[in-house]
Write a protein that binds this ligand. Sequence first.
Ligand SMILES: Nc1ncnc2c1ncn2[C@@H]1O[C@H](COP(=O)(O)OP(=O)(O)O)[C@@H](O)[C@H]1O
Ligand SMILES: Nc1ccn([C@@H]2O[C@H](COP(=O)(O)O)[C@@H](O)[C@H]2O)c(=O)n1
Length: 214
Amino acid sequence: MTKTIIAIVGASASGKSLFAQTIYQELSAQIPAKDLAIIEEDAYYRDQSHLPIKNRTATNYDHPDAFEHELLVEHLESLRSGQSVDVPVYDYNLHTRSDITRRVEPATVVIIEGILLLSDETLREQFDIKLFIDTPLDICLLRRIARDIQERGRTLESVSQQYESTVRPMFYEFIEPCKNHADIVVTRGGKNRIAIDLVKHKIRALLNTHNVND
Ligand SMILES: Nc1ncnc2c1ncn2[C@@H]1O[C@H](COP(=O)(O)OP(=O)(O)O)[C@@H](O)[C@H]1O
Ligand SMILES: Nc1ccn([C@@H]2O[C@H](COP(=O)(O)O)[C@@H](O)[C@H]2O)c(=O)n1
């Protein structure tokens, strides 16, 4: 049964995924699978399979309404009550959910990462620990250009256009203000070894406490 949920937020390409995955991979090699799980907020982008592809590219993916946060809350509540959930798998090339889902078991500690996890009060209340990855936006943009071209089927023109029209303005409107809700602000994102080790240490301590109380 899930007892603790840790949210990792920050700008797009700030290093949230690298930070969360490093913690998850390193701990998973040492602890039972029932103790730790990881989820991405991006999996909860709304399904757009009913829309033609050219309309999907026009969606503002950096606004909270782009996400089905209600389903995410439902899933986190299920995990807390001991039920497994089928998390959608998102396809960035097609801008919609794929046909498959990923089964996530109610691990004692769940890590979740995403840009807008703290923008919604009901969702925010689900999190026991909240971290904000604070990376300068110009660095995020450089990383995003490389990643989106290599991994998400984008062109330099499309990344630039999207960045100016939605990514940057939505960051200032919705993401940056969420820093105030964070318990810890982490610099140097996915490569901040001290921060990674501190979170790993905290997870181990939580597992000891939860497992003793079971
Ligand atoms: N501290 C860092 N130094 C160098 N590259 C990084 C760092 N953090 C992340 N990256 C790289 O930047 C890209 C975006 O990082 P990612 O973790 O996917 O960001 P996010 O999940 O916040 O969108 C990836 O290619 C990742 O390997
Ligand atoms: N179809 C989509 C869906 C999302 N995006 C962008 O992804 C960013 C969030 O994911 P990160 O891994 O970068 O945190 C967000 O800024 C969206 O603009 C997209 O481009 N296309």
